[in-house]
Design a protein around this ligand. Structure first.
Ligand code: FAD
Length: 526
């Protein structure tokens, strides 16, 4: 028997090592092929990642997946400015685009950058939050900060932001790029009406501080600007004294116009509720019974006799803030306000909870859905802003007609006052003083061919949009999504020219927010 010589052993190892290095080299060159090597030489405090970037090609909508060439995890504002300025200097010779990614809770790939660079804004959130107390309190935060963290920080000073979204695990930059609407918006306006100052990196890589007084056009452009004019890096947000507790109330209607009339009444009276929203329930037997664990019926006997029997019901959801010692006075105010409404008397439910628990309520639902594996499903959401004069026609045509049940997810309906919005911002609104947010928020069951399947839910959205168009309801999409520039033009209407002017001023090469698909980067083929 012949033993293999030492020389024979070394040869295969050497060949294997060469093969391995060669493979690695190919992998690296593939990785970097669409990523200019000049970017790698830039001096940044943070770092780039070229692998394992699948998270940056995902979002809450779970329908669009475009992988970037790289993800920048910035440590400072100058990291962001350096990268963008470099791409700007390259001119139309470079294909690279840049998307700021907040918490990635977009619905249709808006925070993605196909083959471009995604900037993970949450890396910036490690910067300190600074709360300023006094007569007009405010907080300075990084735009990558989550609203839930801002709430906790401000509460240490007995303060809190004034205007919210229903869900707080979203970043400041992400919601300010849209509007940030919830049940407080009728009083305080959306979140974009509660910002004093921003720091922004434009599409030319310039760092600009802007406010009503300084660089006002950029300030207004960026608010609700869908990330088109700059990356928000810091924001100064208005605060108010935070209450400790809320009284949380639900009452129900079987008639939409009475429900809407009461909502409109409540948003117009003095000393009203602190939060006003509405919920549609179609074909949802037993829902009210399910609430009994967290809400107490005002009249338990009557409430137990109430049967929804699959009827369409409209739930008005209200809160009143209070502090310990004020409960009796607040109860009287609530009684007086409720006495002005025409809900079904047996359907009054009340609860009491901490302010934080109320504001973070959707997170509690998230944890439940996550535990059942139901959070990461596709979400074909549709958010509409419907003018007040058309809301009854909308309800008649859509609720209970096109939409025959609400088993796939909540449907919200509530009015807001346009007077609390600033018409110089980029957000697009219907042409009336009061309009409703109507949010269809379903989740799709994978592979289902039934009503809960993705295709079916998307075609339902299309039918709703077609109906609005044919009936000339003057509806605008909130969190809009379009694929052609014609559609975007129609969405912006008279504001299109302002949008184009601002784009030319602040991001003339269309480097920023490619996932919105409004403008395409001009690329020279020379
Ligand atoms: P991302 O999805 O990461 O980004 C959204 C867009 O903003 C992208 O185009 C991105 O490029 C851009 N962007 C992100 N950060 C910046 C920045 N710093 N500077 C410039 N551009 C930036 N909205 C409401 O108004 N009210 C609600 O009650 C509400 N509830 C929601 C509940 C849930 C469960 C979810 C998933 C969404 C909800 N939304 C609500 C929508 C939400 O406000 C938007 O989807 C928001 O954009 C998500 O924030 P984000 O941090 O995840 O942003």
């Amino acid at each position: 028997m012949k033993f293999p010589s030492k020389q024979n052993n070394v040869l295969p190892i050497r060949s294997f090592t060469i093969l391995l290095i060669w493979c690695l080299a190919i992998k690296l060159s593939l990785c970097f092929s669409s990523f200019p090597s000049s970017l790698k030489t830039l001096n940044v405090e943070g770092h780039f990642c070229f692998d394992n970037n699948e998270f940056a090609a995902r979002d809450f909508g779970n329908r669009f997946r475009f992988l970037p060439s790289a993800v920048l995890h910035p440590k400072s504002v100058s990291d962001i400015a350096t990268i963008i300025e470099h791409i700007w200097q390259k001119g139309p010779g470079s294909k690279l685009t840049v998307a700021a990614r907040g918490h990635g809770h977009s619905l249709q790939g808006q925070a993605q950058a196909p083959q471009g660079i995604v900037i993970n804004m949450e890396s910036l959130s490690r910067q300190e939050m600074k709360v300023h107390t006094g007569r007009f309190p405010y907080v300075d935060v990084s735009a990558g900060e989550l609203w839930i963290n801002i709430l906790h920080e401000c509460l240490k000073f007995g303060l809190a932001p004034k205007s919210w979204t229903d869900y707080l695990h979203l970043t400041v930059g992400g919601t300010l790029s849209n509007a940030g609407i919830s049940g407080q918006a009728f009083r305080h306006g959306p979140q974009i009406s509660n910002v004093h100052q921003l720091e922004v990196v434009t599409g030319k890589g310039e760092v600009r501080v802007c406010s009503e007084e300084q660089n006002a056009d950029l300030f207004h452009g960026v608010l609700g600007g869908l990330g088109q004019f700059g990356i928000i890096t810091r924001a100064r947000i208005a605060l108010e004294p935070a209450p400790k507790m809320v009284k949380w109330i639900r009452v129900h209607y079987s008639d939409f116009s009475t429900f809407a009339r009461d909502q409109e009444h409540l948003i117009s009276v003095e000393n009203t509720f602190d939060y006003i929203e509405g919920l549609v329930m179609i074909n949802k037997t037993g829902l009210i019974n399910n609430w009994r664990s967290s809400f107490n019926p005002q009249d338990p006997v009557q409430a137990s006799q109430f049967k929804s029997d699959g009827r369409t019901l409209f739930c008005l959801e209200l809160t009143k803030n209070f502090n310990p010692g004020e409960a009796d006075r607040i109860d009287q105010e609530i009684e007086s306000l409720l006495s002005q409404l025409s809900y079904i008397p047996s359907t009054l439910f009340m609860s009491e909870t901490s302010y934080v628990e109320f504001l973070d309520r959707v997170h509690a639902a998230e944890l439940k859905l996550r535990s059942k594996g139901l959070w990461d499903l596709p979400h074909p959401w549709l958010n509409l802003l419907v003018p007040k004069s058309k809301i009854n026609s909308f309800a008649e045509g859509v609720l209970g007609n096109i939409l025959t049940d609400t088993n796939n997810g909540p449907v919200l309906v509530y009015p807001v006052n346009k007077s609390r919005w600033d018409n110089r911002t980029s957000v697009v609104l219907p042409e009336e003083d009061i309009f409703y947010l109507v949010a269809f928020l379903p989740q799709a069951t994978p592979l289902s061919k039934e009503n809960d399947g993705l295709e079916s839910l998307l075609s339902l959205n299309k039918r709703i949009l077609d109906y609005c168009e044919e009936a000339h309801l003057g509806v605008k999409q909130y969190l809009p999504h379009y694929t052609t520039q014609e559609e975007w033009r129609a969405h912006f209407g008279q504001q299109w020219e302002v949008l184009v002017r601002r784009k030319l001023a602040y991001d003339p090469l269309a480097i920023l927010a490619p996932g919105q698909r409004i403008f395409q980067k001009a690329i020279s083929t020379l």
